[in-house]
Design a protein. Structure first.
Length: 314
């Protein structure tokens, strides 16, 4: 029997592979998926580890309440839910699992793009209401179009891999130096993307310099009318700027898996008004932050966190 290593607060949906694996190496798991900051404050005080998603913010106050905390596992990629600098300063190891859901996000982004360009969702809903419109729902093809992928980490690369089959021109920009670039991708400057892209897809983390990355200036810099995809973080896109761009026609369409304020019950009146206006547009598809939430991704992210935690202990 493994030596007892302490308690782990499971504050996110996880696959049993993680729970079983942690128990096998000596951890006691406390599952609390419907977590709040106040509940976490009481539970975390005696914990050695925490597994979180977007549901729990590991801020300075919460970290100070956990003197035994040695590691944090993040289901997914966005480390903005952790005060990372403060945690690392306290000797707390922090692990993310972008390898686990990058394929799910890429498939979702591609699915939304195809649904939009082929008008699948819109025409399906028309047929449900007794309408059979062909000319009005004529789609466009991806072949020969240019996509600008902004953020070329795990998810950006996964999307590019899938898009190569469509014979698209794939441009990629990342502010960090990139290596092992596939031969079907051209790394370039933002200016090149502004000049040539028909489609923009965001795959960036939420940081100070990515908040409202997509804004009025971004739209102005784009030479062509274009389609926007965002499966990264909602606040990356300035919703007011997007709505204005859609109304002007400069933004030809938008596929959003994330929104600037979410979920619905936390939205301000102004944000809900803009959401309601956009979902009535045939050129907009919005899903409720589910791109990286597939059954397979849940397993892969859980297995990845288990591996990183156990590897770090060796």
């Amino acid at each position: 029997m493994s030596e007892y290593k302490g308690k782990v607060l499971i504050a996110a949906p996880v696959h049993s592979v993680l729970l079983d694996g942690l128990k096998q190496v000596g951890y006691e798991c406390l599952r609390q998926e419907k977590i709040t900051q106040s509940i976490a404050f009481d539970l975390i005080q005696d914990c050695t580890g925490v597994v979180t998603s977007t549901r729990l913010q590991l801020n300075k106050e919460l970290l100070d309440a956990a003197p035994k905390l040695r590691w944090i596992g993040r289901m997914g990629s966005g480390m903005e839910v952790i005060d990372l600098e403060y945690a690392l300063g306290k000797g707390i190891k922090c692990f993310s699992s972008p390898e686990g859901n990058c394929n799910a996000v890429a498939e979702h982004a591609l699915g939304m793009l195809l649904s939009l360009t082929k008008r699948i969702v819109w025409s399906h809903n028309e047929v449900r209401h007794g309408l059979w419109k062909r000319d009005e729902n004529r789609g466009i093809e991806l072949e020969g179009k240019t996509i600008g992928i902004i953020g070329f980490g795990h998810t950006g690369r996964a999307l590019a891999k899938k898009l190569q089959a469509f014979d698209m021109n794939i441009l990629a920009y990342d502010k960090y130096e990139q290596h092992d670039i596939p031969n079907y991708v051209s790394c370039c400057s933002l200016d090149a993307i502004y000049k040539d892209a028909d489609i923009i897809s965001f795959h960036v983390p939420l940081q100070e310099d990515t908040s409202h990355y997509f804004n009025d200036n971004f739209i102005t810099n784009m030479r062509k009318a274009f389609i926007l995809l965002n499966t990264s973080r909602g606040i990356v896109v300035d919703t007011k700027a997007l709505l204005k761009g859609l109304k002007s026609g400069k933004v030809k369409g938008a596929c959003l898996d994330v929104f600037e304020e979410e979920p619905l019950e936390r939205m301000s009146e102004e944000m809900r008004r803009m959401l309601d206006e956009m979902i009535k547009m045939p050129e907009v598809i919005i899903t409720p932050h589910i791109a990286g939430y597939s059954n397979e991704a849940l397993y892969k992210m859980s297995a990845m966190i288990l591996k990183k935690v156990t590897d770090a202990a060796e």
